[in-house]
Design a protein around this ligand. Sequence first.
Ligand code: GLN
Length: 545
Amino acid sequence: MGSSITKQQVQHVAKLANLQLSEEELELYTKQIKDIVGYVEQLDKVKVDGVKPTYQTLDGMVNVWREDEVGMSLSQNEALSQAKRIVDGYFVAAPALRLPLPLIKSGRRGVASAEFGRTSEFFQSKNSGLSENKYNAILTEVDEKGAVGHKDLFLTKGVRSSAGSNVLREYLPQYSSTVVELLEKAGFKTKYKLNCDAWAHGSSGENSDFGSTKNPWNEEFTPGGSSSGSAAAVAAGLVDVATGTDTGGSIRLPASFCNLVGLKSTYGALSRYGIVAMASSLDSPGVIGKSVREVKKVFKVMAGKDERDATSLDSVKRPGLVLTRPGIIRIGIPKEYFDKGIDLEVRQAVMTAVKILEKNGFKIQEISLPNSKYGIAVYYLVQTTEVSSNLGRYDGIRYGFGRESFGAEAKRRIMLGTFASSAGYSAKFFEKAAKVRTLIIQDFEKAFNSSADGVDVILGPVSSTPPFKLGEKANDPLTMYLSDILTVSVNLAGLPALALPCGFSKHNLPIGMQLIGPRWSENLLFDVGEVYQSLTKWHTKKPQV
Ligand code: GLN
């Protein structure tokens, strides 16, 4: 099996996942899934005897589920006894779709309060009508005076929240996500909902069902994904800061492609409540801004335990390793992050940053993360398995439109994840990946150990190349997946990482580096980042827009 996966097997998986495929789609997916499965089979050779699988990274988690108990259920009459309205023996519920769009202002652009039947028109007129939206970063305007933009994965009460997907193109949430609420309480106004790869699947923004976002540094290039609109909107000066989510690099990659600072928080530091789930054991919300100081400020507003997300913990109050003397901070440089697969310009820019830090008192030390080379294989098994489960709820009944409205990337991931966790294959794929995930985590633990050879922070590039062109990788999923080779391990381990600008390519495109710390070390990352930004000017450069 595996790389010899057949059309019949793909057909079977599609059926399990409740997806209808045309003959043409079946052909294409069989080939693509074969390539991906062939790639992840490299895990076959990894020895995991005695290694425990990792399913989540939060410390102190307890299982609150009880065993299923078979018992009597309510009778129909009892079930209906509390209903406000009953028709033919059914509850009548308020429609979640086809409500007016009260908070979407049309203002001077003349799009009347669009009703749902006209949403696609609404999108078109918005996209072509907004002059400042030439990057296709904005999906919905909320408040013209606002300052923050939210990736369209964040639910905003009464304002369409599409997750970049046609499935939710008319979805009006009844509540806002916790982080949106916290920001609004602190005085931030929501100005725009921002474009992203559908369901946050992607590295380039090209998987958005509403068109690709362009990079303000050069419109022929991708701004990175999946928080593509968040980065483009901040870079173009449309908002001061924007939220994003990072499941495998989706904050750090766009931040680095747009010369911005992006924080991927420790898993559990920010509530995931009210954010459309991609892969639940990896999803980390965060923020993109122009400087470390700004990102730090916004993070502190958003962070903290939320009763509505059992995986959130108090983080801001945790003692970070606050930087007092740079001389005591040891920075680890993983040799695997600088090998021959890394573009020369990227390597040079990041190494120059390392030298600057060294000259200013930081201790630099080479380290090794030997299992990071399996990061993509592990990630594409764990993540797709969780994706297939999370996207199961979009059945056209409870939320949004039916499963035929999923785009190609979502379908591919649903099928891959369904396959990787299906009876007969889960031991070889999903369970194996969960064990190699443990090895990846152990590499980090070893690097961050407190003895003499341990380091406080790890530094490396965010991407192995400078920004790539729109269209360059769009038809080759595996090549696109490999753009995340330097970011996914951090998510598998639940660590925080801060991406920040460190140079430009000869084509005047931004290059970024990332600082990675142990869990809950955001304060330390901010400190090191602020020192670096006080010594360099990269983050002050802006695109000509
Ligand atoms: N590019 C990665 C993917 O497509 C990461 C996505 C993310 O972090 N949301 O899975």
